[in-house]
Design a protein around this ligand. Structure first.
Ligand code: NAD
Ligand code: UDP
Length: 332
């Protein structure tokens, strides 16, 4: 049994599918602040098996501990958290409360239940403005906004915890830019309001829901002047969590591992790929740089290959085709 906080969310729901497909039982603990309960019905339609659902907030220690104990889980995957960079600048305390305090409460509940295996969702944002590319896990860490700072604090908390008790088994997965959706078209990213991220926005332009894409700057030091990122298919990302659990079953350690493809694509490169996959035009206008953006960010994913035997398999066409199928479904 695996206990999955935030399992109804974008990445968590895809991870639930892969966990169940691998024959594992799953309990999802989610407060639905950024997701809908019917996602789990969709997970059941894909896999033939529904995860057990407990609705609750990770900051509610009593509810969390009761759910973890009742689940009988021996490992936790911790996706629950807030993730909007701009919102974190406006309302930093909400990010420290949900992300940092929520994780602290989770670690306390795990300690009480003697569950010491954890896979944590970190982010490439902990590398700050890259000093060198591709990014390796030993690159210096820094934060440029409260969201990133919350991930950094949690990472430090996890390293301290492991130092204090080496029986803990912790995998800190630093995601690059997750995109795409399950090939069934039944689950995907469902942003509320105006999407902040590139691909959901592009998908809505292709679908005719928005007139054009704002390209935030074309004067970066990149091949076409637009920002370069390491986009990774969400199903590949989900599979990385399975591999992390498999490694933790054999190793008591606390390690940070990049999950990316190692390949960077520009904003205009993504736009063209999406036009091809969808067969729809994606008009755009060049706008000023977005505050806090960096020119380029992509992973060195070789540690994931050597430690986990994992590498991203799905290419840019699959990312765009699957995102478009989801966007074109009744839900997307
Ligand atoms: P998401 O918002 O789709 O999923 C998060 C889930 O957690 C939601 O279902 C939400 O309802 C739940 N949740 C939030 N706060 C909670 C709380 N206090 N108690 C219980 N449930 C709570 O986000 P996602 O894209 O699936 O991201 C999952 C994790 O991965 C997050 O920790 C995020 O910071 C991290 N991450 C995401 C990205 C990305 O681009 N999507 C990149 C790097 C890291
Ligand atoms: N971007 C853009 N227009 C948008 C959204 C994003 O030009 O409407 C650019 C952004 O400047 C960056 C890239 O797309 O270069 C990826 O942005 P996203 O917010 O998806 O990821 P992050 O910046 O967090 O890596």
């Amino acid at each position: 049994m695996i206990f999955v906080t935030g399992g109804a969310g974008y990445i968590g729901s895809h991870a639930c599918v892969e966990l169940i497909n691998a024959g594992l039982d799953v309990t999802v603990f989610d407060n639905f602040c950024n997701s809908q309960p019917d996602v789990l019905t969709r997970v059941a339609r894909i896999t033939g098996k529904a995860p057990t659902l407990v609705q609750g907030d990770i900051r509610d220690s009593a509810a969390l501990e009761a759910a973890l104990r009742a689940s009988g889980a021996r490992a936790v995957i911790h996706f629950a958290g807030l993730k909007a960079v701009g919102e974190s600048v406006q309302n930093p305390l909400a990010y420290y409360d949900n992300n940092v305090l929520g994780t602290l409460r989770l670690l306390q509940a795990m300690t009480k239940c003697d569950v010491k295996t954890l896979v944590f969702s970190s982010s490439a944002t902990v590398y700050g403005d890259p000093q060198r590319l591709p990014l390796t896990e030993d690159h210096p860490l820094s934060a440029t906004n409260p969201y990133g700072q919350s991930k950094l604090v949690i990472e430090e908390m996890l390293r301290d915890l492991h130092r204090s008790d080496p029986a803990w088994r912790i995998s800190i997965l630093r995601y690059f830019n997750p995109v795409g959706a399950h090939t069934s078209g039944l689950i995907g990213e469902d942003p509320q309001g105006t999407p902040n991220n590139l691909l959901p926005y592009v998908a809505q332009v292709a679908a005719g829901r928005r007139a054009f894409l704002n390209v935030w700057g074309n004067d970066y030091d990149t091949p076409d002047g637009t920002g370069v990122r390491d986009y990774i298919h969400v199903v590949d990302l989900a599979l990385g969590h399975l591999k992390a659990l498999q490694r933790l079953a054999l190793h008591a350690e606390c390690r940070a591992i990049n999950l990316g493809t190692g390949v960077g694509y520009s904003v205009l490169g993504m736009l063209r790929a999406f036009e091809q996959a969808s067969g729809k035009p994606v008009p755009y206008q060049v706008a000023p740089r977005r505050a806090g953006d960096i020119a380029a960010c992509y992973a060195d994913p070789s540690l994931a290959l050597s430690l986990l035997g994992w590498r991203a398999e799905r290419d840019l066409t699959a990312m765009c085709t699957d995102a478009w199928r989801w966007q074109s479904s009744e839900k997307g």
